[in-house]
Design a binder for this molecule. Structure first.
Ligand SMILES: CC(C)(COP(=O)(O)OP(=O)(O)OC[C@H]1O[C@@H](n2cnc3c(N)ncnc32)[C@H](O)[C@@H]1OP(=O)(O)O)[C@@H](O)C(=O)NCCC(=O)NCCS
Length: 318
């Protein structure tokens, strides 16, 4: 067997998407989606995008990314690299192709002085937050055998909006917060500057998402919490940044409340305000692709269920 390893080239697109759907059946893509999230990613560098070819056919691919464009105030994260995906045709597994593709990606990271490589934990154009051990047990074994260890966990969550009702305690909390000077509602033009300032200050990683939504004229998909002239919380519906150009149907988030004002029910008021409005617009389903930590409890209380579990893996480079 003489496997050829080379950079991805433009004519690979159709074959690569077909191979993707064979190898990652729980995360199907089409060419448009692939183009938006891979080829239009400003961080794409062909030297980090490797394919394996056998007898003129693609049998494997792997994508390594380092930031060329800063993610808001998080900047370029110059010590980090991310493996967005890596897969091998089922009939060509356990032959060392995955290992060789991974070596090429690691060489790409080393040449760029990276100290930490993650699978994946990358934003904004991620397909999945990490490896789903249930869907891809071989993927997990492969990375663990290659020196990667679990860094943290994330989940995807969802709920049907049938039967959804705003709990009375949230309505009561809305009234109380209004008396305390907080107002929750959809974005208005005068919210623009305070919202951008708030996102930049408190959630620099989400600032580009907010900016993108406003630039595309999708302010009507953003709910904000105001305190006087200040914005103190926000969320986005079907954000166009993760899933350009229009956002994915039913996707919720990002979602953030000022750290100084947490645990007062403001998040619940924002969440339910949005959900009630999108229900009225006809939405039947709500989902989010990446949640972790205490946020999971918030969503469980709001009736969401965990639909996928992920391990975000890391390996230090010396
Ligand atoms: C993960 C994947 C790319 C591995 O490709 P591969 O070409 O079979 O990998 P290699 O042959 O180079 O395996 C290297 C080592 O990884 C480990 N490994 C790979 N597959 C394994 C499996 N199914 N079970 C246990 N260990 C495994 C082994 O230690 C192996 O070495 P060995 O064969 O000498 O024992 C392939 O299984 C795949 O495409 N899976 C679906 C996609 C996926 O899950 N990707 C990760 C998320 S993007």
């Amino acid at each position: 067997m003489s496997t050829l390893y080379r950079y991805y080239q433009a004519t690979d697109e159709g074959a690569l998407v077909r191979l993707w759907n064979l190898c990652l059946p729980q995360d199907p893509v089409n060419q448009e989606n692939f183009r938006h999230k891979v080829l239009f990613d400003p961080n794409l560098n062909r030297e980090g995008f490797w394919v394996a070819e056998e007898g003129g056919h693609l049998v494997g691919a792997g994508l390594g990314l380092v930031r060329r464009a800063p993610l808001g105030d998080l900047g370029l994260e110059p010590e980090r690299g991310w493996i967005s995906f890596l897969f091998v045709h089922p009939e060509f597994r356990r032959l060392g192709i995955g290992r060789t593709l991974l070596q090429r990606l690691m060489d790409f990271f080393r040449a760029r002085q990276r100290r930490l490589v993650q699978v994946v934990g990358y934003a904004p154009y991620y397909f999945f937050p990490g490896v789903d051990p249930q869907a891809y047990p071989a993927g997990l074994s492969f990375f663990k055998a290659s020196g990667f260890a679990k860094a943290f966990e994330a989940v995807a969550m969802a709920r049907s909006l049938e039967g959804f009702l705003v709990p009375e305690e949230v309505r009561e909390r809305t009234r109380q917060l209004r008396q305390e000077g907080f107002e929750v509602g959809f974005w208005r033009p005068e919210d623009t500057l305070p919202l951008l300032e708030f996102a930049r200050r408190e959630f620099p990683g989400w600032y580009p998402s907010v900016l993108d939504g406003l630039q595309r004229g999708l302010g009507h998909k953003i709910v904000v919490a105001r305190q006087g002239q200040e914005i103190v919380g926000f969320t986005q519906w079907e954000n166009s940044y993760n899933d350009p150009p229009q956002g994915a149907a039913g996707r919720f988030g990002p979602f953030g409340v000022s750290p100084a004002l947490r645990s007062r029910g403001l998040g619940a008021v924002i969440f339910y305000h949005l959900v009630e409005a999108v229900r009225q617009q006809g939405a039947r389903y709500l989902w989010l692709g990446w949640a972790g930590g205490r946020n999971v409890n918030f969503y469980l209380r709001a009736g969401l269920q965990v639909t996928r579990r992920y391990e975000i893996l890391k390996r230090e480079l010396t």
